[in-house]
Design a protein around this ligand. Structure first.
Ligand code: ADP
Ligand code: ADP
Length: 238
């Protein structure tokens, strides 16, 4: 059973001028790939090979120029974007918290957009902060600049999980965190992921992270070509 399916998905970015457009290579050429329900699929590969593009086709930050992407059986192109993003959380490096909003307000962003009432939102925010290891009493009213890098990433994860999305996209989620903090975050995230059964696509440069986090690793080369797709230890052994 799969949660995300790429069917000959392709993306060629429109270049500035028609002359360069003619030569623009596809960022992702022809990608067919299934991500199984509940697995952590890690994408690795050289910079510029199409990893972020692949991820962003799932939540429609990037619209494919060919083929299609399905989430839980539905072509994402046919879904309302707000609806889609309730089902697909997104965590990036340096997370993009709103600097003038408290931790609680940041985590409450999507519930508020969806018009949840105060009580439900408050309960959910507290639950999420607990889940990512930030005691609400201590953290809810702080501002992002009053947090460490690792704590900020935790807030980003909490915010992405607010609507309990079955799918989570993570692009270098722990890249800005020091090595010790990163290991703790990886372990805690793995625990959360198992507990929730979330399907995860994760992009990383860090081979150690790939080995620790992945159920399967997709090794990509230029054009989003999947060269290998296997459990991490099989990939490393080659
Ligand atoms: P990766 O995540 O593997 O580093 P990306 O998916 O970011 O790779 O990029 C793949 C290719 O697409 C690169 O050649 C990159 O320069 C290009 N690209 C990415 N985003 C854009 C964009 N918004 N406009 C034009 N080209 C882009
Ligand atoms: P505002 O004044 O904009 O309503 P608050 O900072 O009081 O903002 O709260 C923002 C959101 O975070 C609200 O949904 C609130 O219920 C929630 N929240 C605030 N403090 C806590 C807390 N200690 N525990 C859980 N949720 C909280």
């Amino acid at each position: 059973e799969w949660a995300i399916r790429f069917e000959h998905a392709a993306k060629t970015y429109a270049a500035g001028s028609s002359a360069s457009r003619a030569h623009a290579p596809a960022a992702v050429d022809d990608l067919s790939l299934d991500v199984r329900t509940g697995e952590v699929l890690v994408l690795v590969g050289p910079s510029g090979c199409g990893k972020s593009t692949t991820l962003r086709m799932v939540n429609r930050l990037v619209e494919p120029t060919g083929g299609r992407v399905l989430v839980e059986g539905r072509d994402v192109a046919t879904l309302d974007v707000v609806e889609l993003r309730r089902h697909v959380g997104y965590v990036i490096q340096n997370v993009g918290l709103f600097p003038h909003r408290t931790v609680a307000q940041n985590v409450a962003t999507v519930p508020r957009l969806l018009g949840w009432d105060r009580g439900r939102t408050r309960t959910r925010v507290a639950e999420l902060l607990e889940l990512v290891g930030l005691a609400p009493d201590r953290y809810a009213r702080r501002y992002p600049h009053e947090l460490s890098g690792g704590e900020r990433q935790r807030v980003g994860v909490a915010r992405a999980l607010a609507t309990d999305p079955p799918v989570l996209l993570m692009d270098e989620p722990f890249g800005a965190v020091d090595p010790v903090g990163r290991r703790r975050l990886q372990d805690e995230f793995a625990r959360i992921q198992r507990e929730l059964g979330t399907t995860v696509m994760l992009v990383t440069h860090d081979v150690d992270e790939a080995v620790r986090m992945a159920d399967r690793v997709a090794v990509m080369s230029t054009g989003g070509h999947v060269e290998q797709l296997a459990p991490p230890l099989d990939v490393v052994a080659r």
